[in-house]
Design a protein around this ligand. Sequence first.
Ligand SMILES: [Zn+2]
Length: 100
Amino acid sequence: MIYDDKLDVLHQALGSHSFVARVQGGKLKTKNEIRIGSVFKKVPIEFLKMITVHELAHIKEKQHNKAFYQLCQHMESDYHQLEFDMRLYLTHLDITGKLY
Ligand SMILES: [Zn+2]
């Protein structure tokens, strides 16, 4: 998991994930990488859990559809409340000028 300060967490994505494959020393190395906005370095651990669940669910479901949210709720039963709280928190940081 990598923090990325170039992610526009308020208007685009909270995080992103990618599957990286590269050749290293004659061997093919692959890894799943999750990037999340740098602002999440300072958030409560529950929000960090929520965003990790979100990005993990995206490995299986690309869209924010019903199956996606079912997957999120399967991993974190409080998912919807946490996502709501987190967006509220980001909005608070934004209007008080503390987001970036
Ligand atoms: Zn998403």
